[in-house]
Design a protein around this ligand. Structure first.
Ligand SMILES: [Mg+2]
Length: 369
């Protein structure tokens, strides 16, 4: 199937930078509590238990200037901020809001790798051309999150690698938007302390500093002999320090099938009544296959009759597809195998046996500057 990009755009280059977004909700649990209870707004809030071994899950920004943060014993936090309000966590509520936030992320990028309830990487390389550059992408993403949550802020970093995007999202928290064009990544990283290197915990950071390397820029310039005491970690950190990070954004759940179905307000009967729904279903499934960059190797049709009996018929396709045409053709043939004299109240179509669409992806032009 011809696409717009094949006719107009120059061929994709393997060198074209990716567009990676790291989005991190600001003080998420505490912000949700302040959203739900206006009396908590503007006050230091510590989400966590009150027991002797309890720790702070999240501190609101009002509490942070006192040196209070996540994983600190609650007793210590309360000594530092005696007038803080302690709120027990409500994970069901956080999960519900998180679902909305992740749904927004999925509208902006086909690949979303969630790291926790409040944090995700997005690979927006393919969708970037929808936006007028990274600032526009970031502003729209932030506005959409604020909208879906009823007022919560998210900090966003955008660059060409996961590492730089993650550092960038933390750069102007809260409510930040930091864009690091790929050709500025090294300069952006250079002054930062080595503790910001991804994967360098306090012990590793201390080992790097013991080599006389205090900034990421110094690691970027370090020679093999200097880095030798770090073993294989040395070259790895040097690559990161140079803004080189080939790790891909990987959605955790690869769909096994993609389906569409509709329950009808009144029962329908006969091929002429069912086929228009299959047309809509084939279009919807093809669209979702395309966005997921998957091809379906088989088609399944599902009909539920007025007695709630479900019947399914399926067949393999001659070759995996993401086009509505072959999906619909197969579904129409499958209809022959149903009792079309019955009254049906639900029609569904599913593409299954999904495989990755491995044709080269056309990378759209994205004005970084
Ligand atoms: Mg967060």
């Amino acid at each position: 199937m011809a696409t717009d990009t094949e006719s107009g755009s120059p061929p994709a280059s393997a060198e074209a930078p990716r567009v990676i977004v790291h989005a991190d909700m600001d003080a998420f649990y505490a912000a949700v509590e302040q959203l739900d209870d206006p009396a908590l707004r503007g006050r230091p809030v510590l989400v966590g238990g009150r027991g002797p071994r309890s720790v702070v899950a999240t501190a609101s920004y009002e509490a942070r200037p006192f040196g209070v943060g996540s994983a600190m014993p609650m007793a210590v936090a309360l000594r530092r901020v005696p007038d803080a309000v302690v709120v027990p966590p409500r994970f069901d509520r956080y999960k519900a809001i998180s679902r909305g936030v992740m749904g927004v992320f999925a509208e902006f990028a086909p690949e979303v790798e969630s790291l926790s309830l409040d944090e995700a990487f997005l690979d927006a390389t393919e969708t970037a051309a929808r936006f007028d550059g990274p600032a526009d992408l970031g502003r729209r993403l932030k506005a959409a999150v604020r909208e879906v949550t009823g007022g919560l802020s998210v900090s966003v970093g955008i660059s060409a690698t996961k590492f730089v995007a993650k550092v960038a999202s933390d750069f102007h928290k809260p409510d930040g938007l930091t864009i690091v064009p790929p050709d500025e990544a090294r300069r952006f990283l250079a002054p930062l302390p080595v503790s910001r290197l991804w994967g360098a915990g306090p012990k590793t950071a201390a080992r790097i500093e013991a080599l006389g390397l205090r900034t990421i820029g110094q690691v970027a310039h370090a020679d093999d002999a200097t880095l030798a005491p770090l073993g294989r970690m040395g070259p790895h950190f040097r690559q990161l320090a140079r803004g080189i990070d080939p790790r891909a954004v990987i959605s955790h759940r690869e769909p096994k099938s993609i389906g569409w179905e509709r329950t009808l307000e009144s029962d329908i009967r006969g091929r002429a009544a069912i086929e228009p729904l299959l047309v809509a279903a084939a279009d919807a499934v093809a669209d979702r296959l395309g966005r997921a960059r998957r091809l379906a190797g088989g088609v399944r049709v599902k009909l539920k009759d007025s007695e709630f009996q479900i019947a399914t018929r399926q067949c393999a396709l001659p070759q995996p597809v993401d086009d509505a045409g072959p999906l619909l053709a197969a579904a129409r043939r499958l209809l022959d195998q149903f009792d079309l004299g019955r009254a049906y109240r639900l029609v569904g179509l599913t593409g299954y046996d999904l495989v990755a669409a491995d044709e080269p992806v056309q990378l759209p032009l994205f004005p970084w500057h």
